[in-house]
Design a protein around this ligand. Structure first.
Ligand SMILES: Nc1ncnc2c1ncn2[C@@H]1O[C@H](COP(=O)(O)OP(=O)(O)OP(=O)(O)O)[C@@H](O)[C@H]1O
Ligand SMILES: [Mg+2]
Length: 356
């Protein structure tokens, strides 16, 4: 038998619309996030009556619907108003003020960007945007290497709402006071979904993506439980697709608990790999702090980069903060010539029984 013999023919696929399992797919309805979407809409509302909008900091764990809920509000806004411009920027991809402004130019259809510096480009977009009103969503804001663009927009755009999305509630703590005092955002937390909500969301996705009756209930339940235990819809969607692939590869017309077991096992393996990776990175950072205790965080970051560390400064700051929360280091603020900085001190931990 040839290697392709057992594969279902194209017209026998279990997938009705595989695109619905793409992470960029925005479903028609985003269930269980009505309250959050209403709060986002309320922050934008003043723009309809020519007043300045409110700013928001949206935070929550990965895969809890922050991006999709905000994109949905922007979509609706676009349908409702020609006068309010929605601008969405992912700061993981566009992680400097220059890249952000280029992206905004692109979304506004302004093409004369070549050979222009960041501030010249800002002047151009400010001119255009001040004729109307704007909602900015800066997603994954903690991945931005500088936040000058936020300052510029806060200062120079008259009528706007700025929405920042991050996984970290404490994100603003590391920010320049000049920004936080102007931004004054309202905080919205996206809490993880419970099992029933996870089940509802994945059921909806399943109906978009698969032909009716191809999923056995038990297999679907296994996916729901896994996604709910990790509190991440993205995991659930990935598993739906992976189970579908596993069943197709075996030329099965049903997705059974065996296929689900196979996919879950793959997922567990991936998680183990990821967690050891993370721990190693933290160990490297901690060993640098130990050798250079009571140094400034910027100095430690330089040493970390020299040692081959790949994270950007913001991520490094966050990891240091996490080490503090776990009791490995002490952080103190100090004001010196160069402004405020954080001093990181290695905490000698008292011995415990486990150390002997
Ligand atoms: N309530 C919901 N209804 C339908 N789909 C949802 C819902 N919540 C999340 N999803 C889907 O789950 C996936 C992850 O959601 P999303 O990208 O919005 O997460 P996030 O909170 O922005 O995560 P991260 O912090 O990692 O960026 C997306 O494919 C999204 O469409
Ligand atoms: Mg997101």
């Amino acid at each position: 038998m040839g290697v392709f013999d057992k594969i279902l023919k194209a017209d026998e696929s279990l997938f009705k619309n595989i695109d619905a399992l793409d992470f960029a797919f925005v479903p028609k309805i985003i269930p269980y996030r009505e309250g959050e979407q209403r709060r986002v809409a309320a922050a934008v509302q003043p723009l309809f009556s020519d007043r300045n909008g409110k700013n928001l900091l949206i935070h929550g764990l990965p895969g809890v619907g922050k991006t999709v809920a905000c994109k949905k509000v922007l979509q609706e806004l676009e349908e409702k108003s020609d006068d309010i411009i929605p601008i969405y920027v992912n700061c993981w991809q566009k992680n400097t003020s220059y890249k952000v402004v280029i992206e905004i130019c692109e979304q506004l259809g302004y093409r004369f960007t070549q050979n222009k510096k960041t501030d010249e480009l800002f002047k151009e977009i400010v001119k255009q945007l001040n004729k109307r009103k704007v909602v900015f969503v800066f997603d994954e804001i903690d991945k931005a290497e500088d936040s000058d663009f936020i300052y510029t927009l806060l200062e120079d755009i008259y009528r706007k709402t700025i929405i920042l999305i991050t996984n970290y509630r404490t994100y603003l703590e590391g920010m320049d006071d000049r920004i936080t005092s102007r931004l004054m955002p309202e905080l919205i937390e996206f809490k993880p979904y419970n099992v029933d909500e996870m089940s509802g969301i994945l059921k909806q996705r399943l109906e978009y993506a698969f032909f009716p009756d191809v999923w056995e209930t038990e297999a679907f339940e296994m996916v729901v439980q896994k996604a709910a235990s990790l509190q991440d819809v993205r995991v659930g969607i990935h598993l739906l697709k992976d189970c579908g692939d596993a069943a197709e590869n075996k030329a099965s017309r049903k997705i059974t608990s065996d296929h689900a077991k196979e996919s879950l096992a793959k997922r567990d393996e991936f998680e183990t790999l990821r967690s050891t990776d993370l721990k190693n990175e933290d160990k490297v950072i901690l060993s640098i702090v130990k050798k250079n205790s009571k140094k400034k965080i910027g100095e430690l970051f330089r040493l970390y980069t020299e040692a081959g560390g790949k994270s950007v400064y913001k991520t490094f700051q966050r990891k240091i903060k996490a080490l503090e929360e776990q009791g490995f280091v002490n952080l103190t603020k100090s004001t010196g010539e160069g402004g405020n900085t954080t001093i990181v001190e290695y905490k000698e931990r008292t011995k415990t029984l486990a150390d002997f």
